[in-house]
Design a protein around this ligand. Structure first.
Ligand code: DAH
Length: 350
């Protein structure tokens, strides 16, 4: 077979193969390797051009090059075609129906205890109190000693303590937020006005009004001339803002080692206006917490001069405030992780 015939035969086979067996990019590449590539048939044929008689050689060369261009053009055209088809197919199979409604991601809500803390913080901010936070794992010295509760003091039994470590130094889960009184006073000079919200822990059997973990807000104000009437005014203002303009505050004598005098304080029940109802257990009063004038020994312990400075302190139970405000009757609901309970507060502005 002459060289030109061989070229013609190759053209025929290559064209037929392209039509019959190329249907995607891999088979196109195989075709290109077989006919066009460096080890393909056309290259092999060209290598033999030396044996073509000299007078026919120029034409043979032209024809071979023409075939090469032709096959290359076929290859490129087919490649473009396949790429377009491939894209169209992917567009179809990956299509997203944008008219379908989206899936809503679940939105959390602020926990009612923290809503209350926010509210109380705002009320106190307007009275000049800064909100600060302290450690939940506390040293015995702050939880007890600097609060005038020495190791052998019977009052230490009142705070059923969860002890973390007792080898070298006594480390406990704080039983109240009061240790922050000492920490803050150690860091600052008067005037001091802070509130300290946070979790507290006691080793306690659980029931509707006892939890081993609960939340308090501590308050502390120290300056020259701070008096018990200041304490009463501040608490009364808080009660009015939380529970309504007509609320009254009641102080009764109580004992806490870090205050003298010490009181417990209550607000008259907003539900029955103090007449007696289920929420206030017919007493007309709702207990909010303890308070008093900072004990001179506590002031001395942090290096303040008790002759010059006086102060008041209070501690509120936050869950109690939410219970009073919304008539929740079981303390265990707050850490119970029942979404049905928590969602009820989603819209509440407290
Ligand atoms: N820390 C006390 C408790 O948990 C509450 C308390 C009482 C705090 C009197 C005070 C206070 O700041 O003055 O039982």
């Amino acid at each position: 077979m002459s060289f030109l015939d061989q070229l013609a035969e190759l053209r025929a086979r290559a064209t037929a193969a392209l039509a019959e067996s190329v249907h995607d990019l891999p088979s196109l590449q195989a075709w290109e390797r077989q006919f066009l590539g460096g080890r393909g048939e056309l290259t092999a044929l060209l290598r033999g051009i030396g044996s073509v008689p000299a007078e026919e050689r120029p034409e043979a060369g032209r024809e071979a090059n023409a075939l090469k261009r032709e096959l290359t053009a076929h290859y490129e055209a087919r490649e473009a075609e396949l790429a377009t088809a491939d894209l169209a197919q992917r567009l179809e199979s990956d299509a997203v129906d944008v008219t379908l409604p989206g899936r809503r991601s679940p939105l959390g809500t602020v926990h009612p205890v923290w809503k209350m803390i926010d509210e109380v913080s705002q009320i106190f901010a307007l009275m000049g109190f800064e909100t600060v936070f302290g450690p939940e794992v506390e040293i015995g010295r702050y939880n007890f000693d600097l609060l005038n509760i020495p190791s052998d003091h019977p009052a230490r039994d009142v705070w059923d303590t969860i002890i973390v470590e007792s080898d070298r130094e006594e480390i406990v889960l704080r039983t109240h937020t009061s240790p922050m009184q000492a920490r803050i006073m150690e860091q600052r000079e008067p005037p001091v006005r802070v509130i300290v919200p946070g979790r507290t822990y006691r080793y306690e059997a659980q029931d509707a009004s006892h939890e081993w973990m609960f939340t308090q807000i501590e308050g502390l104000a120290v300056d020259e001339n701070i008096k018990m009437t200041d304490l009463k005014g501040v608490l009364q203002e808080m009660a009015r803002q939380l529970f309504g303009p007509n609320r009254r505050i009641r102080f009764r004598c109580d004992f806490f080692p870090f205050v003298e005098p010490g009181v417990d304080f209550a607000v008259d029940c907003a539900i029955c206006d103090g007449k007696g109802c289920r929420v206030c257990k017919q007493t007309g009063w709702l207990e909010m917490g303890g308070a008093g004038m900072v004990h001179p020994r506590v002031l001395q312990g942090v290096g303040y001069d008790p002759e010059r400075y006086t102060g008041f302190a209070f501690g509120l139970g936050v869950e109690r405030l939410v219970m009073m405000k919304y008539g929740v009757n079981d303390l265990r609901a707050f850490a119970g992780n029942d979404l049905r309970f928590l969602r009820q507060f989603a819209a509440a502005t407290i």
